[in-house]
Design a protein around this ligand. Structure first.
Ligand code: DX5
Ligand code: ZN
Length: 229
C-alpha cells in the first residue's frame, strides 16, 4: 500500500441533495459527519448538465463552517474564479481539460487566498499533473465522466490514483476521488492512496439525516480499514 499519513476526509456532494431544501441539507450533512461540503458547478458546455453558480454558494455559506470544496466543471473557468472565491469557497478545483492555461488558473486561485485544486477526467493521463505539483493544494481524480451523480465507478482509475500518490511524494497535496464512491469503491481508492472521498448518491441515499450519518460512517470506516497496514 502507498504510504499515506493524511486522515481520510469525506466530502458529500450536494448534487444529490434536495435542491429545494439546500440550506437544511448542508446543515444535516455537517451535523452527520461530513468533513467538507463538495459543490458541483456545471455549465452545460464543459459537461452536459447545469447546476449552481456563485450566488448559491454565497447563500449556503452561513449554513456551515465546514470547508466548501468547489468543483468547477466549467469552461472557461478563469472568468468565474474570483466570484466563487468571494462567495465563500475554500478550495476551488478546475479541470485540466477546461482550458489551455491550467497553471494560470492555479496561480489565480492562490492569489485570491484560496486553496487550488486541479482535476482530470477518466480519459486524461496523470502526466497532465506533472508540472502542476508545486502549484496545487489538491488533486482530484474523477472516477466517472463528470456531469451527473449516480454513475458507475470506472475501475481503470484505481491504478491512476496509485501512480498519482507516488507522484505527490511528500508534498502537502490532498488526493481526492469523485464519482461512484460507495463503501466498496472507497476501500479500493483508499488502498491506492486517496485521502479525500467525494460521495453524492451514497451519502444522500435514504433521504434523512439519520441515513446520512450511517452512510458517511460506512464510507469512512471502509476507507479506514482498507488503508490499514
Ligand atoms: C460528477 C460530480 C460528482 C458527483 C458524484 O460530475 O463531480 O461530485 O456528484 O456523485 P456520485 O457519488 O453519485 O457518483
Ligand atoms: Zn464533483
Amino acid at each position: 500500500m502507498a504510504p499515506n499519513h493524511n486522515e481520510i476526509l469525506i466530502a458529500p456532494s450536494i448534487l444529490s441533495a434536495d435542491f429545494a431544501r439546500l440550506g437544511a441539507e448542508v446543515r444535516a450533512i455537517d451535523e452527520m459527519g461530513a468533513d467538507w461540503i463538495h459543490v458541483d458547478v456545471m455549465d452545460g458546455h464543459f459537461v452536459p448538465n447545469i447546476t449552481i453558480g456563485p450566488d448559491v454558494v454565497k447563500a449556503l455559506r452561513p449554513h456551515t463552517k465546514k470547508v466548501f470544496d468547489v468543483h468547477l466543471m466549467i469552461a472557461p473557468a478563469d472568468p468565474y474564479i474570483e466570484a466563487f472565491a468571494k462567495a465563500g469557497s475554500d478550495i476551488i478545483t478546475v479541470h485540466a481539460e477546461a482550458g489551455p492555461h491550467i497553471h494560470r488558473s492555479m496561480q489565480m486561485i492562490r492569489s485570491l487566498g484560496k486553496q487550488a485544486g486541479v482535476t482530470i477526467t477518466p480519459g486524461t493521463h496523470e502526466s497532465a499533473l506533472e508540472y502542476l505539483l508545486d502549484s496545487v493544494d489538491l488533486i482530484l481524480v474523477m472516477t466517472v465522466n463528470p456531469g451527473f451523480g449516480g454513475q458507475a465507478f470506472i475501475h481503470s482509475q484505481v491504478e491512476k490514483i496509485r501512480r498519482i500518490r507516488a507522484m505527490i511524494g511528500k508534498r502537502p497535496i490532498r488526493l481526492e476521488v469523485d464519482g461512484g464512491v460507495n463503501p466498496e469503491t472507497a476501500a479500493l481508492v483508499a488502498a491506492a492512496g486517496a485521502d479525500t472521498l467525494v460521495a453524492g448518491s451514497a451519502v444522500f441515499k435514504g433521504g434523512t439525516p439519520d441515513h446520512y450519518k450511517t452512510n458517511i460512517a460506512a464510507i469512512r470506516s471502509a476507507a479506514g480499514r482498507a488503508r490499514m497496514p
